[in-house]
Design a protein around this ligand. Sequence first.
Ligand code: TXA
Ligand code: MG
Length: 312
Amino acid sequence: MKTRVATPKDGLGEALSLLAASEPVALPTETVYGLAADALNPAACAKIFEAKERPLSDPLIVHIPSANWLPRLAATTPLAEALAEKFWPGPLTLVLPRNPIVPDITTAGQETVAIRWSAQPDFALVASSFARPLAAPSANRFGRISPTTAAHVLAELDGRIPLILDGGPCAHGIESTIALVHPGRIEILRQGPVTAEDLRAFAPVETPQSSDIATPGSMKSHYAPRTPLFIEKNPQPLGPRDGLLAWSQNPPGFFLTEFYSHSQNPREAAANLYGAMRRLDEAGLDRIVAEPVPEAGIGAAIMERLRKAAAK
Ligand code: TXA
Ligand code: MG
């Protein structure tokens, strides 16, 4: 299969025809690029799993074209409605009990469904024109680094999908926050751009422990470069081909150094994280040494990604 890259304007019609024909299309979101297909069509969702080589036990996030789809897909609650009202469209995914309209393959047979409404204008236009929910996991091979540009998607899925819409680099650069909404409390399953601090205004919040591997799809080794990655407070090279992902230190002797953010801005660090990891991974290094970032706010989400990238 030939993979075409098009601007959102040039590719819109083709994207809609492909989606209607149960084919997957890679689309930009405000977090990372997603591989989208008709969420209510099991055959279309199957093609996502196939292209990504993703196990069928790992459920997909359903992206809705407008808020009124929420009660059609899930059993919503006043807390869920309040979160949707505040953070949608945006980088927050809500996990709620699913309605029967959602196919088993989409939720991997679970009784809950993960739902979000993306604010990215190109994604939003495709979703509202298609007028149906789109299942979209990150557009990478299973277990690999999420793509934040169309070129990253091409590197991951060339020849495996028909079309990528290039909407430029993703604003946030890390995946959405995933919140399991319980009656009167919120359990964060994956940290992201909407922080625990943001959510605490609505209900008590539990954050995941770094040792937690029980959540589906959040197995420890994830977001992983092929090069072994180590988190070190005081990074030092062990040999001539070590690379550094630097926050505040740049000791001599590293073959290649990438900065999260030259101004130590946590949001910019999140946006650069996966691109920097990819460049380090492509440099033929023996080791990637990552300096930890301060754990506050979105820093917690960055550290969650790094710990998973470091886990073997
Ligand atoms: O920002 C994002 O969320 C991106 C963009 C494309 O929207 N999507 C994304 O999807 O990161 P994915 O599939 O790469 O990661 C979704 C995570 C997986 O770890 C999956 O196991 C989990 O969400 N998930 C999906 N449905 C779930 C559910 N019902 N309960 C618990 N976890 C769920
Ligand atoms: Mg992913």
